[in-house]
Design a protein around this ligand. Structure first.
Ligand SMILES: [Zn+2]
Length: 1085
C-alpha cells in the first residue's frame, strides 16, 4: 500500500465528514497552531485540516504564508519546478497548495520552464484520486493541448493513472481508513475487478415537483454557520410501482436531519393522511437516503415527502454542488456561491432523485443577504426583506428539467439586458468591474439564441436566459437551463485588451452552451452512457451558429478539423481510448465520459452522418428527434431511428447499423487504397499511432471493422460538393471511378467529412503533390488540402508509410493563403523536424520552411492593427514558425523588438503577447553574445516583471553557442533547477551538449532531484535516433538499473522509442534528405 493512498484515505474520510477523522484533524491542527514550528504533529492530511478550519488564509500566519512565500520566491528565482515538487511531497500543506499555486502561476511557470513545466503537473497525478481531481486535470489538458510541445501521450497516461487512483479509492478507502485508525499493519491487495455498479434508483417513483429552499452563509457575522448552507425540500412524486421505501440521493457531504418528524410522507391531495416513517437508512456507497415506510405506497397515487432540514459545507472552489468562490474587487475579498450540479452533484445540495431521466418542475427559494443578488433558472417571483436578509422566491420552472440542470448563484453582481429578435430576455452578469467586457457576449448570445430557435423551429421555452461570469469555475461553462454559468475567461471579451483567440473562445463556448438548450436540456440523454448525445451535438452545432454570427471566420472550413477532428483522432488512435457508448455507473465512470470522445469525436460523428445522409435529411431527422423526445429523454438508438426514418425513400440508410460500428467500439480506420485502371481496391484496418503500444481487449469491439462511407472524385471530375459515394461494409471494398483515365489523381473522403484516414498508393500521393504544386491549388478545396497534409504526415508519423510523400505535399505550401492547411503543416511536421534536427538534412528543412512560409509571413508582417480574425491566426503561426526556422526579416524584427524592450523593460506591451516567447528565443538564438549577456544580467536583476523574467529565462536556452549553454546549465545546477534547463537546452539546439552535461554531472543531479533525475534522461529519447544514441541510452540503463526508484518500464519505453526513431531514420532519412535538397536548390532565401 503506497503512502499517498493512506494520506488520501484520511483526506477523503475527513472530506466526507467522518467524525473521528474531523476530530483528530482538528486536534492536530490546534496543536500545530500552538506551536507552528513543530510540524511533526501534522501529517500530509493537513490540507484537509486547513480546509475544515475555514478561512485558512486568516488563520495561518506563519506556516501557511511561509509556504506561499517560499513558492513565490522560487518562482522569481526560477526554481519553482523543483520547489513545487518538494512542497508537494514534503510540506504540511502539501498537495492542494502545490496544485493551487501551479495553476495560479501557470503562465509564469511555462515561461520559466518551457514544456517541462508540464512535468510539474504530471507529478500531481500520483496524488490525484477524486473525480474533482480528474476534472481539474482534464480541464488543464483541454486548455493546454494547443501549446506547442504539449506532451499528448504523457497527458493521456497521466489521466489514466488518475482514473486508476479513483478506482482504487472507490474500492479501498474505507477499508484503508479503518486500517489506519486501527493502527494495524495488515495490508489488503486491491481487488482485480471493480465491483459492478448496482446503484440505479428503483423504477418505483417519479418526481413531479420539487419545492426547495436554500440559505448559504457567507459573512463573518454568520458566526459558526459561515461557509455552510442549510435548507429544506419537499418532493411530490407519483408511485409507478407499489413500494414501502423511498430511495433518494443525498451525498455524504449533505447532512439530512432524520430525527423524529423531520422527514414526513403524506398523500399529496390529503396532506393530513401521513404515512409512517419506520427508519431512515443511509447507503453511502450509492449515496442513497432510503426512507423505509410502515406501509406500502399505492401505485398510481401521488405523495409528498418533506425533509425539513439539511446542511452542507461551502467548499472553496471545489467546483461541485453549491460551492464558495472568492475574488477581490477594489482591494476587498468578496465571497459568492455558485453551483455545478452536472453530473451527480445535485445530491450535494438537496436530497433528490438525481438521475437525468427523472425530470420534474422546481420551485426554488433562496434566502440571502440583501447586499447580494440571487439567481436561479427562472425569473424572480417575489422578494421579501427581513432585516439584512432577503427571501427571493423564483417562479416554478415552466418546463420539466433534470436535477443536474438546476443552478443557483448568490453574488454581488451587476447585469445588462437585451431583448432578442424573437423577444426573449437575455441578461449577462458579472462582478461590477468586469461588466463592460460583456457587451460582445450579450449581443452574440442574443443572436445565437434566435438562430437556434429559427433553425430548429422550436422556441426557447423559458422566459429568460441569464449568462453569468463566475471567477472560479471549473469548466468553460455549464448549460443550466435559463442560467448558464461561465468561467470569466469564457464570457468576458474586451476588444481593447483581449486578442482574437479570446474572442473565438468566448463565441464558441456561448454557441456550445446555447446549442445545449435543445440538445441536452430539451431532449436529455437517458443515462450517462450516452453523454455524446449531449456533448457531441452541442459541439457540432457550434459550427452553423458561428457560421451565421461570425461569417468571416469560415468555421466549417478553417476550424472544424483543427478543433474537433484532429483532436478526436489524436485521442482515439491509441489503445487507451474507449468506445463512445459504454456502460457507466459509478460517479467517476460517469465523469470519465466527458472527454474528447464525447465532445470532439461526437461532433465528428455528426459531420459524418450529415455527409452520408445529406444536410437536409440530417436536419429533418434531428428536428423530428427534438420534437419526438422534447421534455423527455433519449438513447442513441432512438436518435438513429429518427434519422433512418428521415432517409426513407431517399438513400434508405440503416443509420443504426452504420453507427453502431462507430459508437460501440473505439478507434477508427485507415483506409488503404490501390488502383487498377479506374477500379479502386480499399482495405480497412484500425489506425494506431504508436506501433510499440500493447493492445488491450478491455472493451467490447466488433473486430475493429467499420461501415465506412466513402466519398470520392478525381482530377477530371473535381466534384466536391456532391461526390460519388460507396460503402465499405465492415471489410474491404472495390469501387469504380468512371471518369478516371487511370493515371490522373483521385481523392477519397472528400473534405475529411468521414472519421477515417486515407492512405493512397505511392503514385497517387505523388500526383497529388505535383498537382498542388504546379496547378491552381484552390481547385482542391481548403479542407481537402489540409486533410492531405494531415493524413500523409500522420500515417507516416505512425510508421505506416514513407515520410517523403508528406514532404513532397508540403511543397505547394508557399502558395497557401488559407489558415487551416498552414496550421496543419506546422502541427504535423514536428516529428520529421525532431528526427532531422541533428542531421545534415536539417539545414535544408530550415531553408525549405522559410521559403514555404515566406508569402504568408509578408501578408500581414508584424502589423497587428487589423481586426482580421483568420488573418491574426495565420499571422501568429507564420511569424512563430518563420522565426523558428531563421527567416531573416523575422529574426531582424525579433532582435530589434527585443533590444527595444530591453531598453525599456517596463513597456510590456511593446511585443505582441502571443509572440513574446518567439521574439525572446529568436533574439537569443540569432543574436550576439552581447545580447545573451544582456538578457542574462536582466534575468539576474531585480527590476523585471516576474512573467517576463520567466520568459527570458526560458529563452536563454535557445542559444546555439555550446559554451554558453554549458555555462547556463552549470549555473542552473547551482540553482538546483538543472532539470528544466537541460530539458529546454535539449529541445532547442543543444541535444549533445545537454546529454554530456547530464552524464558528467549525474551524481549531483541525482542528489538534487532524486529519482526525478531519471526523467531528465528519458526525455532525450524523443530526439535520439541513431545506433550510437541507443548504445548510450542502454549503457546508462545498464549502469543505473539497480538505482532505487529506477523504473524499468520508463526505461523500456525510452529504449522502444529510440528503436522506432532509428527505424524511421533507416526508412526515411535518405529520401527525405534528397527531397529537401532538390526542393531547396533554387531558393534564393
Ligand atoms: Zn457541453
Amino acid at each position: 500500500m503506497n503512502s499517498y493512498k493512506q494520506i488520501e484515505a484520511i483526506n477523503t474520510a475527513c472530506y466526507y465528514g467522518h467524525q473521528h477523522c474531523v476530530d483528530s484533524a482538528q486536534s492536530q491542527f490546534n496543536q500545530w497552531l500552538d506551536n507552528p514550528e513543530e510540524t511533526s504533529c501534522l501529517n500530509y492530511a493537513s490540507g484537509t485540516v486547513l480546509e475544515m478550519s475555514h478561512d485558512s488564509h486568516d488563520l495561518y500566519p506563519q506556516k501557511f504564508l511561509s509556504e506561499i512565500l517560499y513558492l513565490d520566491y522560487a518562482l522569481t528565482k526560477k526554481e519553482a519546478n523543483s520547489v513545487i515538487g518538494s512542497v508537494l511531497r514534503n510540506s504540511p500543506i502539501g498537495y492542494s497548495m502545490a496544485v493551487e499555486f501551479t495553476m495560479a502561476n501557470w503562465d509564469a511557470l511555462r515561461a520559466a520552464h518551457g514544456t517541462s513545466a508540464f512535468n510539474i503537473v504530471w507529478q500531481f497525478a500520483d496524488f490525484m484520486n477524486t473525480a474533482a481531481d480528474l476534472m481539474k486535470l482534464e480541464e488543464f489538458g483541454r486548455k493546454s493541448q494547443y501549446v506547442p510541445g504539449f506532451p499528448e501521450k504523457t497527458y493521456q497516461s497521466t489521466v489514466d493513472k488518475v482514473k486508476l487512483n479513483i478506482q482504487w479509492m472507490e474500492r479501498n478507502y474505507e477499508a484503508v481508513y479503518q486500517q489506519l485508525m486501527d493502527a494495524t499493519s495488515k495490508t489488503e491487495e486491491p481487488a482485480d475487478e471493480r465491483e459492478p455498479f448496482d446503484g440505479r434508483l428503483p423504477e418505483t417513483l417519479a418526481p413531479s415537483l420539487y419545492t426547495i429552499s436554500v440559505t448559504p452563509y457567507l459573512d463573518e457575522e454568520d458566526g459558526e454557520k459561515r461557509f455552510t448552507f442549510d435548507g429544506s425540500v419537499e418532493i411530490i412524486f407519483e408511485v409507478l410501482n407499489s413500494t414501502d421505501v423511498i430511495v433518494l440521493h443525498a451525498h455524504g457531504t449533505l447532512k439530512v436531519d432524520d430525527s423524529d418528524s423531520m422527514i414526513t410522507v403524506a398523500e399529496k391531495d390529503n396532506p393530513s393522511q401521513t404515512i409512517g416513517v419506520d427508519r431512515v437508512e443511509i447507503v453511502e456507497k450509492y449515496e442513497f437516503v432510503m426512507v423505509h415506510l410502515t406501509s406500502n405506497l399505492v401505485m398510481g397515487s401521488e405523495y409528498i415527502i418533506k425533509m425539513d432540514s439539511f446542511t452542507g459545507t461551502l467548499h472553496h472552489a471545489d467546483f461541485q454542488g453549491l460551492y464558495l468562490s472568492n475574488y477581490t474587487e477594489g482591494g476587498e475579498t468578496k465571497h459568492m456561491v455558485a453551483t455545478q450540479l452536472e453530473t451527480t452533484n445535485a445530491r450535494r445540495v438537496f436530497p433528490c432523485f438525481d438521475e437525468p431521466a427523472l425530470k420534474a418542475t422546481f420551485d426554488v427559494t433562496i434566502v440571502h443577504k440583501n447586499t447580494r443578488i440571487a439567481l436561479c433558472n427562472m425569473p424572480v417571483k417575489e422578494t421579501t426583506t427581513d432585516g439584512d436578509w432577503n427571501t427571493t422566491v423564483f417562479d416554478t420552472t415552466s418546463v420539466v428539467m433534470p436535477t443536474y440542470l438546476i443552478a443557483i448563484v448568490v453574488a454581488d453582481f451587476r447585469s445588462m439586458e437585451i431583448q432578442t429578435a424573437n423577444n426573449k430576455t437575455m441578461r449577462v452578469w458579472s462582478r461590477p468591474e468586469a461588466l463592460s467586457a460583456l457587451n460582445y457576449s450579450m449581443h452574440t448570445g442574443s443572436e445565437m439564441l434566435t438562430f437556434f430557435e429559427d433553425y430548429w423551429e422550436i422556441g426557447y421555452p423559458l422566459p429568460k436566459q441569464d449568462m453569468v461570469a463566475i471567477p472560479d469555475f471549473y469548466f468553460g461553462a455549464m448549460e443550466n437551463w435559463g442560467l448558464v454559468l461561465y468561467r470569466e475567461t469564457a464570457l468576458l471579451y474586451d476588444p481593447q485588451v483581449n486578442d482574437q483567440y479570446r474572442k473565438h473562445r468566448v463565441a464558441a463556448i456561448i454557441a456550445h452552451e446555447l446549442a445545449h438548450m435543445w440538445f441536452g436540456n430539451l431532449v436529455t440523454l437517458d443515462w450517462w452512457d450516452h453523454v455524446w448525445l449531449n456533448e457531441g451535438y452541442a459541439s457540432f452545432f457550434e459550427l452553423p451558429v458561428l457560421e451565421a454570427v461570425e461569417p468571416s471566420w469560415d468555421v466549417f472550413n478553417q476550424f472544424f478539423q483543427r478543433d474537433d477532428l484532429y483532436r478526436a483522432m489524436d485521442f482515439d488512435d491509441s489503445w487507451s481510448s474507449h468506445p463512445t457508448v459504454r456502460p457507466v455507473g459509478w460517479p467517476d465512470d460517469i465523469w470519465s465520459q466527458f472527454d474528447r470522445i464525447a465532445y470532439q469525436r461526437g461532433s465528428c460523428m455528426n459531420m459524418m452522418m450529415r455527409t452520408f445522409l445529406g444536410e437536409d435529411t440530417f436536419k429533418e431527422g434531428l428536428k423530428s428527434y427534438l420534437n419526438e423526445y422534447q421534455y423527455s429523454n433519449a438513447v442513441s438508438d432512438q436518435l438513429f431511428a429518427e434519422l433512418t426514418k428521415a432517409d426513407v425513400g431517399k438513400k434508405n440508410t440503416d443509420v443504426k447499423k452504420v453507427m453502431d460500428t462507430w459508437l460501440l467500439q473505439m478507434g477508427y480506420p485507415v483506409v488503404t487504397l490501390s488502383r487498377d485502371g479506374n477500379t479502386i481496391h480499399a482495405e480497412q484496418t484500425r489506425f494506431i499511432m504508436d506501433p510499440n503500444e500493447e493492445p488491450n481487449d478491455k472493451h467490447y469491439d466488433m473486430g475493429y471493422k467499420w461501415h465506412i462511407p466513402l466519398t470520392f472524385t478525381d482530377e477530371s471530375e473535381k466534384e466536391y460538393s456532391n461526390p460519388t459515394e460507396a460503402w465499405m461494409e465492415v471489410g474491404p471494398a472495390d469501387f469504380n471511378i468512371p471518369t478516371s483515365s487511370g493515371d490522373d489523381w483521385y481523392l477519397v473522403n472528400i473534405n475529411q467529412n468521414g472519421f477515417y484516414r486515407v492512405k493512397y498508393e505511392d503514385a497517387n500521393w505523388n500526383k497529388l503533390a505535383t498537382y498542388l504544386k504546379e496547378n491552381d491549388h484552390t481547385t482542391i478545396p481548403v479542407r481537402t488540402r489540409a486533410q492531405l497534409l494531415d493524413d500523409a504526415f500522420s500515417i507516416a508519423n505512425a510508421h505506416q508509410m514513407d515520410q517523403v510523400y508528406s514532404i513532397k505535399l508540403l511543397e505547394y505550401l508557399s502558395k497557401e493563403t488559407d489558415y487551416l492547411p498552414l496550421y496543419t503543416a506546422i502541427l504535423r511536421h514536428g516529428y520529421t523536424r525532431d528526427m532531422l534536427k541533428r542531421t545534415a538534412a536539417y539545414g535544408y528543412l530550415e531553408r525549405h520552411m522559410r521559403y514555404l512560409l515566406n508569402n504568408s509571413y509578408w501578408e500581414l508582417e508584424w502589423d497587428f492593427s487589423h481586426d482580421s480574425h483568420l488573418g491574426y491566426y495565420k499571422q501568429i503561426d507564420s511569424l512563430r514558425t518563420a522565426c523558428y526556422y531563421g527567416h531573416s526579416d523575422c529574426i531582424m524584427r525579433a532582435k530589434m523588438q527585443f533590444n527595444q524592450w530591453m531598453d525599456n523593460i517596463n513597456d510590456t506591451s511593446a511585443i505582441e503577447s502571443n509572440l513574446k516567447d518567439t521574439v525572446y528565443c529568436a533574439a537569443m538564438k540569432y543574436g550576439s553574445e552581447d545580447i545573451w549577456e544582456r538578457a542574462w544580467s536582466l534575468y539576474d536583476s531585480e527590476n523585471i516583471p516576474s512573467d517576463e523574467r520567466s520568459r527570458v529565462r526560458s529563452a536563454l536556452a535557445c542559444s546555439k553557442e555550446q559554451w554558453i549553454l554549458e555555462r547556463y546549465m552549470e549555473y542552473a545546477l547551482l540553482k538546483k533547477e538543472a532539470s528544466s534547463v537541460i530539458g529546454n537546452v535539449l529541445r532547442n539546439s543543444g541535444h549533445t551538449v545537454a546529454w554530456d552535461f547530464t552524464m558528467n554531472n549525474w551524481n549531483e543531479l541525482k542528489e538534487i532531484h532524486g529519482n526525478g533525475a531519471l526523467s531528465i534522461v528519458w526525455q532525450f529519447a524523443d530526439y535520439m535516433n541513431t545506433d550510437s544514441d541507443l548504445t548510450k541510452l542502454q549503457a546508462f540503463g545498464n549502469k543505473y538499473m539497480d538505482m532505487p526508484g529506477f523504473s524499468t518500464s520508463s526505461y523500456q519505453n525510452a529504449v522502444d522509442k529510440v528503436k522506432l526513431n532509428i527505424d524511421w531514420m533507416k526508412r526515411n532519412y535518405q529520401p527525405v534528405y534528397q527531397q529537401l535538397k532538390d526542393a531547396t536548390r533554387n531558393y534564393v532565401l
